[in-house]
Every structure is written in structure tokens, then in C-alpha cells.
Design a protein around this ligand. Structure first.
Ligand SMILES: [Zn+2]
Length: 264
């Protein structure tokens, strides 16, 4: 079984070394079948990796916990935002607390986003992986603690809070550049980085709306119910998370197609 699985992996590496994309399906014996096509890279997030992340395919699978950390972070962020926006009107005291929780939730998702791509990209570079994962965990704890501090929840620190989001998000440039150096011959990594770039742009545009308070500054009162900068900011954060999901699935698919570390 293991040998058969290894043969499949070798086949995948050979295919990964070319720029010809492929999709894969499972036949009735759960054997991988490859189909070459010229569809986009996002379509190549294979059946297998999707089956794997939902827990149906245990054969030769990569660890799934980094992926679940991202999902937990994203769900935690959305829960924090929903609860905050629902109850912030309770009283002035709770208002401050819930807006802090709102920002802390977004930070939680950004931090959790780092785990999966770094874990899978540096699976065979344990020291780099440990360095990046421990750095982002430390930075995340620092940022979330800072955002939860009552003194920083006032509007005076609006730009400071947005800057923290951006610094945390763009700190991913370092492991991304390292991954490009290591895997520049692997087109999947470059495609995944393209999606991460889209994520960075979406986060940046969202933070821009948040800091500039556009459009309500142009017509105060007109966007009190809908269309205000804070709502637009949340929409861009969710869009950024979706771009990151696509990037992570591509990296997982790529890693699963490689042999174990040290195997020739
Ligand atoms: Zn919010």
C-alpha cells in the first residue's frame, strides 16, 4: 500500500515539474486518476486534498492541524465580529469592550492564517518552520493583548490599530520570500503566493477604508445604517481570508504531492 502510494507521489512530482496542469479524481477503488487539462490553477485544488481536509482520505495524508488552526481562527474572527456588532450597543462600558474584541478577532484570524502555509512550505526545513511559527505566535499574542487594552480602544488610536493589522499581515513577506528562494522551480508555490498577494492587497484596501473613514466622512449621517467604512473593512477582511484559503489549499496540494522529507 505504501509502495503504491509512493508511486503515486513520484507520478505527481513528475507532473509538478512540468507546467501542464492536471486534475485528479478517485475511481471506485479510491485510486488516483490523473486528467490533464488546461484549466486555471485554482481548479487544480484536487479532489484528494479536499477529501483529505474534510477527513475522508487518510491514505498518506499530510497533517491537517495547521489547516484547522486557520479555520478555527477564521471562525473565531467571525464569531467575535458578530457578537461585537450585536452587543456593542448595550452600554458605553460594553461598547468599548466589544469593539476591542472585534479588532482582536481579526488579529486572531491573521495570526492563524500563517500556520498552514508556513507549516506545509517549510515541512522539510524544521528550523525555519519553528522560527517563523514561533515568531508569528509571539507577535500575535502581543498584538491581541495590545488591542484588548482599554486605553487603545479610543478613536485617537485608530491609525495605530490599523497599522498593527498591516504590520502583522505584511510580516508574511519574509517567509514568502524564503519560500520563493527554496521553491522557485515549483509553479504551485508561485501561484499560491499570487493569491497571498491578492490577500495582502485586500487587507490593505480594507485597512485604508478603516483609517480614512470613507465614505461617511464625505456625507456624515448618510451611512450610519449601511455602507460605512467599518462594514467595508469587514467585507475586505472576509475577501482576504477567501484568497488565503485558495492559497493554502494550493500549498497543501503541492506538499501532499511531494515525497517525505529525506526521500529521494
Ligand atoms: Zn467590526
Amino acid at each position: 500500500m505504501r509502495k503504491k502510494s509512493r508511486n503515486i507521489q513520484v507520478d505527481q512530482i513528475q507532473r509538478a515539474s512540468t507546467t501542464v496542469p492536471s486534475t485528479r479524481t478517485l475511481d471506485e477503488n479510491r485510486t488516483l486518476i490523473f486528467h490533464v487539462d488546461d484549466d486555471s490553477h485554482i481548479a487544480h485544488i484536487t479532489n484528494r486534498v479536499l477529501l483529505d481536509v474534510v477527513g475522508y482520505d487518510d491514505s498518506d495524508s499530510i497533517p491537517r492541524w495547521p489547516w484547522f488552526i486557520f479555520l478555527a481562527g477564521a471562525m473565531g474572527c467571525l464569531i467575535c465580529s458578530s457578537v461585537s456588532h450585536l452587543f456593542a450597543c448595550h452600554s458605553k462600558r460594553f461598547n468599548y469592550f466589544f469593539w476591542r474584541l472585534d479588532y482582536a478577532g481579526i488579529s486572531l484570524m491573521i495570526v492563524c492564517s500563517f500556520f498552514a502555509p508556513i507549516y506545509y512550505a517549510f515541512a522539510c526545513n524544521p528550523y525555519s518552520r519553528l522560527l517563523y511559527l514561533s515568531s508569528i505566535s509571539f507577535a500575535g499574542i502581543l498584538v491581541i493583548t495590545t488591542l484588548l487594552a482599554p486605553s487603545l480602544s479610543t478613536s485617537r488610536f485608530r491609525s495605530f490599530r490599523a497599522s498593527l493589522f498591516l504590520i502583522m499581515g505584511f510580516s508574511g513577506v519574509i517567509p514568502a520570500a524564503h519560500a520563493v528562494v527554496l521553491f522557485r522551480a515549483h509553479p504551485q508555490i508561485l501561484v499560491a503566493l499570487g493569491y497571498e498577494l491578492v490577500m495582502g492587497v485586500l487587507y490593505g484596501v480594507g485597512a485604508g477604508f478603516y483609517m480614512s473613514r470613507v465614505p461617511e466622512r464625505w456625507k456624515p449621517g448618510a451611512f450610519d445604517i449601511a455602507g460605512q467604512s467599518h462594514q467595508i473593512f469587514h467585507v475586505f477582511v472576509v475577501a482576504g481570508a477567501l484568497a488565503h484559503t485558495a492559497a493554502t489549499l494550493i500549498v497543501m496540494d503541492w506538499r501532499q504531492g511531494l515525497p517525505d522529507c529525506g526521500a529521494s
